[in-house]
Ligand binder design. Structure first.
Ligand code: BMP
Length: 217
């Protein structure tokens, strides 16, 4: 299985997704699909995924975030929240609630778009150190930030968006310390999404092997 996460922001048929899941084990679902309807969600989570991650990028008070994730507890394994909202009255209670329900939390530490300001990272790191998260979202378009976060958090999972349309090359985030690369449009907009998923997982493997060999030299 590849180190890829499919960002499904546009729908693909359950039968196509079932084929893709042979190459890509993790699925990230965001608002575009949640707002579609729950019967589609029902159909696609029946496919055997290693992990279904809800990308809600939560940023609210504890009570509201808990009410939101409660609606989706039966559909997924993990939830993404912003970290800038801070600990008390927000992430403390959310992380406690998810833990009680055997669900995981990922925190956003560095985003991929130009307007994101990484000079706030020291504050986000302080928040992240106080919360028991499974891992972090760190952009593949900023390999230096992946190295910084990996250095600060040795045992957390780093998931990394920005490959393809946003400019990052496949495999580079992993070579710099990420665990998974998140890919959306390059797959769901492809003429043949199954072939594309297969090809990308192969390309990622080749690149990871290349950088492992370079490391051992
Ligand atoms: P695409 O491969 O089509 O660019 O999609 C990237 C996915 O990762 C989208 O679902 C987007 O919402 C998400 N994402 C991102 O692009 N940048 C971030 O900093 C954080 C994200 O979650």
């Amino acid at each position: 299985m590849s180190n890829l996460i499919l960002a499904l922001d546009k729908e693909l048929s359950p039968s196509v997704l079932s084929e893709i899941s042979k190459y890509i084990g993790k699925l990230k679902i965001g608002y575009p699909l949640i707002l579609r309807n729950f019967s589609y969600l029902d159909a696609i989570i029946k496919i055997h995924w290693e992990e279904v991650i809800f990308d809600l990028k939560l940023a609210d008070i504890d009570n509201t975030m808990i009410l939101i994730v409660s609606k989706l507890l039966n559909y997924g394994d993990s939830f993404i929240s912003h970290s800038f909202i801070g600990v008390e009255g927000a992430l403390d209670k959310l992380s406690e609630f998810l833990k009680q329900n055997n669900k995981n939390l990922y925190l956003v530490l560095s985003m991929s778009h130009k307007g994101w300001n990484d000079s706030f990272y020291p504050y986000l790191r302080e928040v992240a150190r106080k919360i028991e998260a499974k891992g972090f979202v760190v952009s593949a378009t900023k390999l230096n930030m992946i190295r910084v976060v990996r250095d600060d958090f040795k045992d957390k999972i780093i998931i990394s968006p920005g490959v393809g349309v946003q400019g990052a090359n496949i495999g580079d985030a992993i070579c710099n310390g990420a665990d998974y690369e998140i890919i959306g449009r390059v797959i769901y907009d492809a003429k043949d999404p199954i072939e594309q998923a297969k090809m990308l997982s192969h390309m990622q493997e080749v690149r990871i092997n290349e950088c492992k060999r370079a490391e051992n030299r």
